[in-house]
Write a protein that binds this ligand. Structure first.
Ligand code: ADP
Length: 740
């Protein structure tokens, strides 16, 4: 039998996580040892026994085998929270490509032990009946400070430290002296920093409607039978998905287990948190990027100690170490923000499923516009399919109009507003109702289109939009295809061809010009830089102190404004022609959500979608709120062009200061892949070909089977290890990328 070695992290709660140590596995333990287990090992010069965690096993010694120490023992029942996390880190490393340290930093976001907050107070230890006598004695001897403290304690038994030092002005030496005499005791109580909204009045659960009840009964039955399934809850906005989450959590908590609720950061609003807090009180904890280090640490500790049952947060909340996890909920599961932008570029949905599997928890994925990935799995029977078809409250779905901007141009209307939208805005201003105007700039990556006929310049090989580069060329960032920017539209010959330049600022200016009487608010990256500006804008609008809110996709998430009866989407094409195979899916999601903002109250709503491609299936199906039809068309497109989720895709991004070195290394890597008989697309320039003087090249590999792609990544990692690559080239892997 070959000798087995294990890479071990020593005592992770105290040591910095930046290195592993190699140990030999004694023959007697070879059969038992697993990644993630905790072991006892001799450590340091004195060979002190320490606890460590196995992060990797291999049959190769990294240095002189004679100097490698041996593992002493495997700890029984060593599946602690940490070791489970390490196992998960290992899985992340393997499946997304990163170093073990990067993966560990992802799953163990809290590395430094932080001091917990303390609350100090002073308690009277002297029997109560002896106190008056002592007080007299103090007074007699003119011990004024002692007398003040004792008098206060005779009233209250314990007094806060703050009162002792600030109000009563007792010197510390006096306190120390009285403590030594056994008259008082200084007590310290630890408490958690709690970032949540405290002091909420509890709210009882709403009686579920019939559709919700059916789902919860099924959940309960599965749960009771010990079946931990994955459910995809497809329900239009306002259909009562959150009520279903709350009921499922209630069930899980009742069984003594805990729940993680994942929410995209942007949707993690005060309202959401309040709703959960009202139902579950102080058993709810929150994580978000705005918390201080100390607050984050305390939430982690609360979860670990079982001092809360529910944690709500963005994707990193997944790594909270609950002792007995029962359920993971992922709201808006289609959201791009669930994919990490840093290495390891993991997708929280996949990690959630893995974690749930490891810990025996159920998963509920919820969305009004599920990702193609999840919908396909639900159709295949891998997930349980749940639907909520109607809005829970009596609110009617809005009327939707598609306005053809090519037609407007033909009619001589060159403004930003179609005639219908212009008219409807005027109508709402007169009726004192509110308007939301939405401009999606994300994904705007310099595509070129004809304003006369709507043609968009596309790559003949990849069916994604070409990107305009400053050298006057159009390039496909998937395959590197390029052509010269045409002077006239190749379809209709019109000279009105160019990049699409429209921003929220421009839109705001246009509104102010056209409707000088309207009070206008703008919400985008520029106007929300300050800490609370986001909330302030929304508050101003919801209190009716503005008539029109214009903004980017920030305004379409989950806010309910009763008085909004008109939603205008100024240019639906902006995101449709992003140079990205997910462009149509993203556009569909945004349009559906934006349309869902209209008519949330008693009054009926109208939605105007302005576009140069009114016949595009994504626009037509979004207008009809027809997800099934959208899915059918989109999955056909993905199948035809071998894109995810039908095929699996790996992007390898190379970045470095020398364009030549970057290109050459990319070409060498492409050959490594080709030599194993696998087809590579590229190398080509990344969509952002140069950022801060760093050049970027990409390679794409598509395979039917995800495991095959992981093998490609493994092969490349091995190759990278063995090469003398230029030091400043940075290589990252991205599986099934979410952004271009
Ligand atoms: P979603 O999460 O799908 O957007 P919500 O759970 O937020 O939907 O529900 C939308 C609205 O309908 C909320 O105001 C909620 O209080 C209400 N609602 C949900 N379920 C019920 C129910 N069973 N009875 C009465 N009102 C409900």
């Amino acid at each position: 039998m070959e000798t087995l070695y294990a890479d071990i992290i020593i005592n992770i709660s105290h040591e910095a996580l930046d290195r592993v140590f190699q140990y030999r596995v004694p023959f007697s333990l070879c059969e038992q040892i697993r990644v993630g287990q905790s072991v006892r090992v001799p450590f340091g010069a004195g060979n002190r026994e320490q606890r460590g965690y196995v992060v990797r096993l291999s049959d190769q010694a990294e240095y002189d085998p004679k100097k490698i120490k041996e593992i002493l023992s495997i700890e029984e029942d060593s599946v602690s929270a940490e070791s489970r996390m390490i196992k998960l880190a290992y899985w992340i490393r393997e499946n997304y490509g990163s170093t073990m340290i990067q993966a560990l930093k992802t799953v163990l976001p809290v590395q430094d032990k932080m001091k917990q907050k303390e609350k100090k107070s002073v308690r009277l230890m002297l029997p109560k009946e002896q106190a008056p006598g002592l007080l007299d004695e103090y007074l007699g001897r003119h011990y004024a400070a002692k007398a003040r403290l004792l008098a206060a304690l005779m009233d209250e038994q314990t007094v806060s430290w703050e009162r002792v030092t600030k109000d009563l002005k007792i010197p510390r030496t006096t306190v120390a002296g009285m403590e030594q005499d056994g008259i008082i005791r200084v007590e310290t109580e630890m408490f958690y920093r709690n970032p949540g909204p405290g002091g909420m009045e509890a709210e009882a659960a709403l009686p579920l409607n019939e559709s919700q009840e059916k789902l919860i009964q099924e959940f309960k039955a599965d749960y009771a039978a010990g079946e931990r399934k994955t459910y995809l809850l497809h329900g239009v906005t306002g259909s009562g998905k959150t009520e279903v989450y709350l009921a499922a959590i209630e069930e899980v908590v009742r069984k003594g287990k805990q729940a993680i609720v994942l929410i995209p950061e942007i949707a993690l609003t005060y309202q959401t948190v309040c709703r959960f807090t009202k139902r579950f009180g102080d058993r709810v904890s929150i994580l978000n990027s705005r918390l201080s280090k100390g607050e984050k640490y305390d939430q982690w500790l609360r979860a670990k100690n079982g001092d809360c049952d529910i944690i709500i947060g963005p994707r990193s909340a997944l790594f909270v170490p609950f002792p007995n996890l029962g359920l993971i909920i992922m709201d808006e599961e289609h959201e791009g923000s669930y994919k990490s932008e840093q290495t390891p570029k993991y997708h929280a949905r996949e990690v959630a499923l893995k974690k749930a599997d490891m810990e025996g928890a159920a998963v509920i994925l919820g969305s009004a516009t599920p990702s193609l990935e999840s919908y396909q799995k639900a159709l295949d029977g891998k997930y349980r399919f749940w639907t909520l078809k109607d809005r829970a409250k009596e609110a009617v779905l809005p009327d939707v109009y598609i306005e053809d901007l090519r037609e407007e141009l033909k009619q001589g209307n060159r403004s930003m507003f179609s005639r219908r939208l212009y008219e409807l805005i005027g109508d709402r201003l007169r009726k004192k109702e509110q308007v939301m105007l939405f401009l999606n700039r994300r994904g705007y990556a310099g595509f070129v289109s004809c304003r006369s006929c709507g043609t968009v310049m596309q790559c003949p090989h990849c069916d994604v939009s070409l990107t305009y580069h400053r050298d006057g060329k159009l390039r496909c960032h998937y395959c590197g295809y390029e052509e010269v920017m045409p002077e006239a539209c190749p379809e209709c010959g019109s000279p009105f061809i160019g990049t699409f330049g429209l921003g929220t600022q421009k839109a705001e200016a246009a509104i102010r010009k056209e409707f000088p009487e309207a009070r206008v608010l703008r919400m985008d990256m520029d106007t929300t830089k300050r800490k609370h500006s986001h909330e302030e804008i929304l508050k101003t609008f919801s209190e009716g102190r503005a008539d029109i809110l214009v903004g980017t996709q920030m305004i379409v998430k989950g806010h309910d404004f009763e008085n909004v009866t008109l939603v205008g989407i100024l240019a639906a094409d902006l995101s449709l022609h992003a140079n990205d195979f997910r462009a149509a899916e993203r556009t569909f999601q945004l349009l559906t959500q934006a349309a869902g903002r209209a008519g949330r109250g008693e009054k009926a709503g109208e939605v105007v979608i302005q576009t140069y491609s009114p016949e595009h299936y994504c626009i037509v199906t979004a207008a009809a709120q027809d997800y099934e039809e959208f899915y059918r068309q989109e999955i056909a497109y993905r199948t035809m062009l071998c894109y995810p989720p039908v095929w699996q895709m790996l992007t390898v991004l190379l970045a470095g200061p020398s364009e030549e070195e970057c290109k050459q290394t990319a070409q060498r890597m492409a050959r490594v892949i080709q030599n194993s008989g696998i087809r590579v697309i590229g190398p080509g320039e990344a969509s952002l070909a140069k950022v801060n003087d760093i050049y970027r090249q990409v390679l794409y590999v598509k395979e039917k089977d995800y495991k095959e792609l992981v093998k490609v990544k493994d092969r490349l990692e091995l190759w990278i290890d063995r090469q003398e690559l230029p030091k400043d080239i940075h290589i990252t892997f991205d599986f099934n990328p979410m952004s271009s």
